[in-house]
Design a protein around this ligand. Structure first.
Ligand code: PLP
Length: 460
């Protein structure tokens, strides 16, 4: 079944809009039946057909409209159009979580016997998916250690390499990916580049503008922002020429099924990948986004730029303050002038560098334990991109399955903590961190807050 691509976005009018205007208006018009200004929650499993012919035409994709929510739903379609517009893509597919987005996006490209080349520094859930689950499905994977060295990718390319994968801001250590450099190597190899843009959001960087083929998100994080609902999205740039590489991607560009007269590329042109991934991967594996979650996601996206500006400003202030504290050994925030990736951050993330980063306490795991148990405003929690500030001890939680060698390679020390800095008032965040550091070292929190205020970096 091939149907219900949401109406394409990116008309010339839309393209001229600023990001904040687009995040409010893109993909949404007052509802045709009642004039609801906000796309309502269409919590319906299926959609009635007027008659016999309409059922047939909708199933065959000869008529626009909906059949069953796993294939498409008006509330979900509104959020898909909005995200496609914000990422500068041709079409988007919303799914039930970020993990579903990564799985579905890659299973729309890869088959048994194919090889995936991924940056090593990526979200642990994605790394496990590639290393364990994909391996059991017969998809081979290699991880590139120095992801900003084009030759490091070139050396690992094989005849069966079919996709590159990386994150724009890798979680948790901010090793900013040189998107244009990696996409140039993917072009040489004739394979699509899939970028997880969760930590940056399209407000900070739009990977498609730097050569990415497909962008994925955990919408559970900054896009929603409220920390209430999981979701994920896959955005197809519409720019990869699958037909030229028909032998590598026979499911998209190869000979048509006897009952179908055309291949996906013949029928859907630039959005062949999105059409296939929606109708033959997402809908069959079944990680459907709830229309209720789609509605919450839509509410969140409308304020994305405002939140990300505030998140980034708060994170920079917190990172600068932490860097000056004696208990802190290092701070991995690309917004800091001292950071190895600062130049790349200024190039790709000039509007701000996001708010998820790690820092390392000199006192190791004991210091980390005292710190986590002393915070009151920061919540110890496994999540990020929330309006609330969060803290997590990587080595004993998200990265607990790694061997000591793997932890070392990932740059995660016993005293490493990951922060997701929220949108609260900066002085309150600093006060909370000062209290936690005082619990680590026994030094007075008051003195350093006073120093901070004198330095004039607080918002007042
Ligand atoms: C959280 C996250 C995911 C997984 O998303 P879920 O919505 O939790 O399934 C994938 N990639 C990155 C970078 C993430 O931060």
């Amino acid at each position: 079944m091939t149907q219900h691509a949401p109406t394409p976005i990116g008309s010339s009018d839309q393209d001229r809009q600023g990001f904040t205007t687009a995040q409010v208006h893109a993909g949404q018009a007052p509802d045709a039946s009642y004039g609801s200004r906000i796309t309502p929650i269409h919590l319906s499993a299926g959609f009635a057909f007027d008659d016999f012919d309409q059922a047939r035409d909708r199933f065959n994709g000869d008529e626009d409209g909906y059949t069953y929510t796993r294939y498409g739903n008006p509330t979900i379609a509104a959020v898909e159009r909005k995200l496609a517009a914000l990422e500068g893509g041709a079409e988007a597919i919303a799914v039930g979580s970020g993990q579903a987005a990564v799985s579905v996006a890659l299973l729309g490209i890869l088959s048994v016997g194919d090889h995936l080349l991924s940056a090593r520094s990526i979200y642990e859930g994605s790394r496990g998916l590639f290393r364990d689950n994909f391996a059991r499905m017969g998809i081979e994977v290699d991880f590139v250690d120095d992801a900003n060295d084009p030759d490091a990718w070139r050396r690992l390319i094989r005849p069966n390499t079919r996709a590159f994968f990386g994150e724009s801001i890798p979680n948790p250590r901010n090793e900013i990916l040189d998107l244009s450099a990696v996409s140039a190597v993917a072009d040489e190899a004739g394979v699509p580049l899939v970028i997880d843009n969760t930590l940056a959001t399209p407000y900070l960087v739009r990977p498609i503008e730097h050569g990415a083929t497909v962008v994925v998100h955990s919408a559970s994080k900054f896009l929603g922002g409220h920390g209430s609902a999981l979701g994920g999205v896959i955005v197809d740039s519409g720019r990869f020429d699958w037909a030229t590489h028909a032998e590598s991607f026979p499911h998209l560009a190869g000979p048509a099924h006897p009952l179908r007269k055309q291949s996906y590329t013949e029928r859907f042109g630039a959005v062949a990948y999105a059409a296939y991934t929606r109708s033959a991967v997402a809908s069959r594996l079944g990680p459907t986004l709830s229309p209720f979650n789609a509605f919450l996601l839509q509410q969140g996206i409308e304020t994305l730029s405002l939140r990300v500006q505030r998140h980034s400003a708060n994170a920079l202030a917190v990172a600068r303050w932490l860097e000056a504290q004696p208990e802190v050994e290092s701070v991995d925030y690309s917004g800091l002038e001292s950071n190895r990736y600062h130049e790349l951050a200024l190039r790709y993330l000039p509007r701000g560098q996001g708010s998820v980063f790690s820092f390392t306490l000199a006192g190791g795991v004991d210091a980390a334990e005292r710190f986590v148990n002393a915070v009151r405003l920061f919540t110890p929690m496994s999540h990020l991109g929330d309006v609330r500030s969060l803290v997590l001890h990587a080595a004993t939680t998200s990265h607990a399955n790694l061997t000591p060698d793997e932890l070392l390679a990932a740059g995660i020390a016993p005293g490493t903590l990951r922060l997701s800095v929220g949108i609260e008032d900066e002085p309150d965040l600093i006060r909370d961190l000062a209290r936690a550091l005082a619990a680590v070292s026994g030094a007075s929190p008051a003195a350093r807050i006073h120093d901070h205020l004198l330095a004039g970096t607080a918002l007042g």
